[in-house]
Ligand binder design. Structure first.
Ligand code: NAD
Length: 477
């Protein structure tokens, strides 16, 4: 089987391979992917450091051209790369292709941003002096990504890092190296100079840790779990480096008595179960007022009966497998915890078999849950949601905000008054009205509050805040 190697200083290197296995069919091995050592990570950091002076001063047309060529190739290969994504992560083919197109659009957006770099010229309070405010690249950026968006998250970190003139050491999640390898290969062939982008696939505790420990990494952008995020933060403070964290969620979706029932059910099913519930923006707390509660639960049950859970690559599948055995164990453990805590497992929650050996789980819906139960407070990261019954809008808002997280918050209502109030008062980085809590645009800021995020926003023009440092220059006229 072909070995997909790491890219260090413009050379493909590595001999040791680890199998990348399809969660829809564990007999299907996608390929072997090299596993980097701590020394490889150090070599990658040294290469990125050496490449920084030239790349940070490279022309904007060169950066534009490389990012645009990458965007075009990703979009031209959307079916093949989308299939690779679904095969390694387990989201459906439609979701895999959609995410691949998204990655292409992100590269296209930042290709454009490279041509729009600008500063400000401001008069001084002291006559005869001029002031220029410019943005400069930060230096070597470390990129650490999770498994649940194998191409979109790498794209929304790698594209702005390169656009603004930084060099990169990129460590994708162990479970999904395929899409990351593919976009690094495309960028490399698109003409990136040696050392500007380095790929080090491997273990977080080895490769990721070497990045955290290096004084030569000036910024780290991380998406993943709260526990690892805290390590990134502590190490970054130690090295006085810039860092940005996108972590977990426990996103609420409020359904009010005046909601359009079909809009509410569609948005809730999508939020809780699509992409197998493995989205940081997924909703696992459905907060429902008492006038619509019973009708909502019955309609959810009907809608869930129609969901097809099967091989991600099969036509007609709505929900693919859970990503691996460890995550499946976590999901079933929480289903047991919910029952022990006194919530009622109203629908689903069974581990099921299909034609191929994979990690298949029926989406689970609890009712009679409270917001204090562990299933309402801790991130499960699977197709498991709980309905919490509340009296009215005020209680719904209070429950929605009563969480350590603050990524996305949704509401289903036909009341302009409540929608407007919710947009203003939801304690979250993103608010959705009559829409699923997950599903965002690529040209606007993404990120959360409280325990979900730290640092400036990702995506859109707001990305510049993290990937650049501001310089203020004074000149005597
Ligand atoms: P994880 O924290 O286990 O791993 C994330 C990355 O960190 C991986 O590349 C891993 O190898 C690396 N890592 C692990 N230990 C490390 C260490 N000691 N030093 C440096 N790097 C290390 O998370 P995961 O299981 O891959 O992803 C799931 C989590 O990601 C969920 O909690 C989910 O909510 C979160 N997530 C958040 C967002 C968001 O934008 N807020 C988006 C997607 C996923």
């Amino acid at each position: 089987m072909t070995l997909h190697q790491n890219l260090i200083a413009g050379e493909w290197v590595g001999t040791d391979g680890v199998a990348n296995v399809n969660p829809s069919n564990t007999n299907d091995v996608i390929g072997d992917y090299a596993r980097a050592s701590a020394d490889d990570a150090k070599a990658a950091i040294a290469a990125a450091k050496a490449a920084f002076p030239a790349w940070s001063r490279s022309g904007i047309l060169e950066r534009h051209a490389i990012l645009k060529k990458t965007a075009d190739e990703i979009i031209a290969r959307k079916d093949e790369l989308g299939r690779l994504l679904s095969r390694e992560e387990g989201k459906t083919l439609a979701e895999g292709i959609g995410e691949t197109v998204r990655a292409g659009q992100i590269f296209e957006f930042f290709a454009g941003e490279a041509l729009r770099l600008a500063g400000e010229v401001i008069p001084s309070v002291r006559p005869g002096i001029g002031i220029e405010i410019t943005r400069e690249p930060v230096g070597v950026v470390g990129i650490i990504t999770p498994w649940n968006f194998p191409i979109a998250i790498p794209a929304w970190k790698v594209a702005p890092a390169l656009c603004y003139g930084n060099t990169v050491v990129f460590k994708p999640a162990e479970l999904v190296p395929g899409c990351s390898w593919a976009i690094v290969d495309i960028l490399h062939r698109a003409g990136l100079p040696k050392g500007v982008l380095n790929l080090v696939m491997g273990k977080g505790s080895v490769v990721g840790q070497a990045m955290l420990d290096s004084p030569d990494v000036q910024a780290i952008t991380f998406t993943g779990s709260v526990g690892t995020g805290k390590r990134v933060a502590a190490a970054s403070v130690e090295h006085n480096r810039k860092f940005q964290l996108e972590m977990g969620g426990k996103n609420p979706f409020v359904v009010l008595d005046d909601a359009d029932l079909s809009v509410a059910v569609e948005a809730a099913v999508n939020s809780a179960f699509f992409s197998t519930g493995q989205r940081c923006t997924a909703s696992s707390r459905l907060i429902v007022t008492e006038g619509i509660h019973d009708r909502f639960v019955a309609a959810m049950g009907e809608r869930m009966k129609g969901l097809v859970i099967d091989d991600a690559l099969k036509a007609g599948t709505h929900i693919g497998p859970v990503v691996d055995q460890g995550q499946l164990n976590q999901d079933t453990d929480y289903i047991a915890i919910g029952q022990q805590e006194g919530a009622k497992l109203a629908f689903g929650g069974e581990v099921i078999s299909r034609d191929t050996p994979g990690f298949y789980l029926e989406p689970a819906l609890f009712t009679d849950a409270t917001n204090q139960m562990r299933i309402s407070r801790e991130e499960i990261f699977g197709p498991v949601a709980a309905v919490i019954r509340v009296k009215d809008y005020d209680e719904a808002l209070a429950v929605a905000n009563d969480t350590p997280f603050g990524l996305s918050s949704g509401i289903a209502t036909t009341s302009l008054k409540h929608a407007t109030h919710f947009k203003r008062n939801a304690e979250a980085g993103m608010v959705m009205v009559n829409l699923p809590t997950a599903g965002v645009d690529f040209h606007v800021p993404f990120g959360g509050r409280k325990g979900s995020s730290y640092g400036s926003r990702e995506q859109g023009k707001y990305a510049a805040e993290f990937y650049t440092t501001v310089k203020t220059a004074y000149t005597l006229a």
